[in-house]
Design a protein around this ligand. Structure first.
Ligand SMILES: [Zn+2]
Length: 80
């Protein structure tokens, strides 16, 4: 596993959205991503706060560092 900044596609959202620069641990073999509990919680908060737009124009891209609720340093924990 190695620590990386990844993009998360929220393709089930309307319109589809993307969050950039999310800290995650990525498996170098299979590409599986693990998020710390704190990051996962913040992603949920971001998802909830997007709201539903009236028009679909293009892919919205959000910078995780900018939209995350807290600026505290996030400790990355491994699941294994
Ligand atoms: Zn793996």
């Amino acid at each position: 596993m190695e620590e990386r900044l990844v993009s998360i596609c929220l393709c089930d959202m309307n319109p589809p959205a993307k969050i950039k620069d999310v800290p995650a641990r990525v498996c170098t073999r299979c590409g599986e991503r693990l998020y710390s509990a704190d990051v996962a919680e913040q992603l949920d908060d971001i998802r909830d706060s997007f709201g539903t737009p009236d028009h679909i124009e293009e892919m919205h891209v959000y910078d995780f560092k900018r939209v995350r609720p807290s600026d505290d340093e996030v400790p990355i924990t491994t699941a294994n």
